[in-house]
Ligand binder design. Structure first.
Ligand SMILES: Nc1ncnc2c1ncn2[C@@H]1O[C@H](COP(=O)(O)OP(=O)(O)OP(=O)(O)O)[C@@H](O)[C@H]1O
Ligand SMILES: [Mg+2]
Length: 296
């Protein structure tokens, strides 16, 4: 069996891509015994910092060598320095040297990823989108889920995630500004999927199969936003701009101090406050998320 591979993507920043990647991954590993790999693809390294104190991250990535950056660096430089077993940090997070979730691994990012976009284009690789998949494919069999935490754009690194993955999940804040980009994002994703479909063989195109809402506040605005999200999704689905089983996965994640505080502790919220509201939301969401992907 090969992993269910999912790109968490939205070109809008700050909508909860990283929070959902990290906290859903932790809940699936902890409560559902799923083997989960997070691949951090953002030069901001937020998923890496959420699960690793910066000093540990710095010592580990070793100037980028043991991170997702090295995959792209190797392709550009013609080197073979990326070593999956050395780059992946197993059973994160760790406190006092003790692993807290045995089935959760992360391939950290490095800030040097910021240099990749320009260099990929200077070198004019026709099939630049295959780099990530080629490096990670041998390890797909070792996981139940692989989550790609994308930067807030649909440039080359996110396109690598769309090629490496067979599914795309889009986190949203249910307000007007966030929703206004939904159609454009779905079009961009499908245009790219059309372009690469001939290269993917039997692997499925990474269409949007799920939407998630975060930073939710019980209010007329956000409830209207959730309704509009469902209406727009129905329309885009009928136009073939999403997977035909795409749905809004519930519950929405509330805007909570538990969640933002947990970043300071370098812990997923289910470990930071196991009985808090953040843990409650993410454990419910993990259940509906897992059911959805098992039924596809
Ligand atoms: N449910 C929540 N409640 C409160 N704060 C949250 C919640 N989810 C995320 N945050 C905080 O909001 C900020 C943005 O979240 P996050 O980093 O997950 O978004 P993102 O879409 O990954 O951003 P970027 O586009 O920069 O990668 C972070 O500081 C995070 O700690
Ligand atoms: Mg992020």
């Amino acid at each position: 069996m090969s992993a269910t591979t999912i790109a968490f993507l939205n070109f809008k920043g700050g909508v909860g891509k990283t929070a959902t990647t990290v906290n859903l991954a932790a809940a699936l590993a902890h409560y559902h015994q799923q083997r989960v790999l997070i691949v951090d693809l953002d030069p901001q390294c937020n998923a890496s910092f959420w699960l690793m104190p910066p000093a540990d991250w710095k010592a580990h990535v070793d100037g980028g060598r043991h991170s997702s950056f090295q995959i792209f660096q190797d392709e550009i430089m013609g080197t073979h320095r990326f070593d999956f077993d050395k780059a992946v940090v197993r059973a994160v997070p760790r406190k006092g040297g003790i692993s807290m979730i045995s089935r959760l691994d992360i391939l950290p990012a490095a800030v040097q990823l910021i240099t990749i976009e320009d260099r990929i284009h200077q070198n004019k690789y026709a099939r630049f989108f295959e780099f990530l998949y080629k490096a990670l494919k041998p390890h797909y069999k070792d996981y139940d889920y692989i989550f790609f935490d994308c930067p807030p754009n649909v440039y080359s690194i996110s396109k690598n995630a769309l090629y490496a993955a067979e599914n795309c999940v889009v986190p949203y804040v249910p307000d007007f500004l966030s929703l206004s980009g939904f159609q454009l994002l779905a079009e961009q994703i499908e245009q790219f999927n059309d372009r690469i479909s001939g290269f993917k063989g039997l692997r499925r195109r990474a269409s949007i199969v799920g939407l998630l809402a975060s930073h939710y506040k019980a209010s007329k605005t956000h409830d209207q936003g959730l309704n509009e999200l469902e209406v727009t999704l129905g329309r885009l689905k009928s136009e073939g701009l999403t997977h035909h089983e795409a749905k809004l996965l519930l519950p929405p994640i509330r805007h909570l101090a538990d969640v933002s505080e947990s970043t300071n502790e370098h812990l997923p919220v289910i470990l930071h406050k196991p009985n808090g509201l953040g843990a409650e939301d993410y454990s419910k969401l993990a259940k509906s998320f897992h059911q959805h992907f098992q039924s596809l």
